[in-house]
Design a protein around this ligand. Structure first.
Ligand SMILES: Cc1cc2nc3c(=O)[nH]c(=O)nc-3n(C[C@H](O)[C@H](O)[C@H](O)COP(=O)(O)O)c2cc1C
Length: 189
C-alpha cells in the first residue's frame, strides 16, 4: 500500500530556511513515489498555545476550545497518511512554533478515534552548531521519538544537519540525498 497524502509542517519563521529545504527534499522524494504533498507554514498562522482547559480530554468532547487556525490543521492532520515535521533548533530544542503545534495536537483524539496510530512521520531539523548534541538538536529529536512512540505512530526517519545561514544546508549534498530518500521511504510502505 502507498502513502498518498503527505502533510508538511514548517516550524521555522524562515520560509526558505534550512529546515524548510530539508522538508522540500523529503517532499520531492515522496512525490517521486506519487504522493501528494501539502505544506503548512506555521509562522504564518494564528495558532495560540494550549491553555490546559482540558475541554478536549472530556468524554464526548468535540475538540479544542480555541477557535483559531489549528482547527483547519486538525482536519488536515487526520486526513494525511504521513506528516513531515520540520524545525530549526532554537535554544537547544525545537522552535516555539513547532512546540505550540505539538502541544495543540493533544486535542487531536477529540476529532478522530486513534488519530496518531500508524501515522507515518518524518522529522527534519537544522542547527547552527557543528555538533548535533552540543546544538541541542538531540533534545528535540528525543522529544519526537518519545512523543511518537507514546502515540504509537510510525517514526520513519529523521534527517538533521548543521547550517547557520538560510540555504546553507544545500551544501551538504549527502544530507540532501538522505532527505530525498527519506521522502521516498515515507511514501512507499
Ligand atoms: C532564536 C534562535 C535560537 C537559536 N538557537 C540555537 C541553538 O540553541 N543551537 C544551535 O545549534 N543553533 C541555534 N540557532 C541557529 C539555527 O538553529 C540555525 O540557523 C538553523 O539552521 C535555522 O534553521 P531555519 O533556516 O530552518 O530557520 C538559533 C537561531 C535562532 C534565530
Amino acid at each position: 500500500m502507498k502513502t498518498n497524502h503527505v502533510l508538511v509542517i514548517l516550524g521555522s519563521p524562515r520560509k526558505k530556511g534550512n529546515s524548510a529545504i530539508l522538508a522540500q527534499q523529503i517532499s520531492q522524494g515522496a512525490i517521486s513515489e506519487k504522493a501528494e504533498v501539502e505544506t503548512i507554514y506555521l509562522h504564518g498562522k494564528n495558532i495560540a498555545p494550549c491553555k490546559a482547559c482540558m475541554t478536549c480530554q472530556k468524554k464526548g468532547s468535540k475538540g479544542c476550545s480555541i477557535d483559531d487556525d489549528m482547527q483547519e490543521i486538525y482536519a488536515k492532520l487526520i486526513k494525511a497518511d504521513a506528516w513531515v515535521i520540520a524545525s530549526p533548533v532554537y535554544w537547544f530544542t525545537m522552535s516555539a512554533q513547532t512546540k505550540i503545534f505539538m502541544d495543540r495536537c493533544f486535542a487531536l483524539p477529540a476529532y478522530h478515534h486513534d488519530p496518531f496510530r500508524g501515522k507515518r512521520i518524518a522529522v527534519a531539523m537544522s542547527y547552527g552548531d557543528e555538533d548535533a548534541v552540543r546544538s541541542g538538536c538531540i533534545n528535540a529529536l528525543r522529544t519526537f521519538q518519545d512523543a511518537y512512540r507514546f502515540t504509537r505512530s510510525s517514526l520513519v526517519g529523521m534527517v538533521y544537519g548543521s547550517a547557520m545561514d538560510a540555504g546553507e544546508i544545500r551544501l551538504n549534498e549527502k544530507l540532501m540525498q538522505d532527505a530525498y530518500n527519506l521522502g521516498k521511504m515515507l511514501a512507499a510502505k
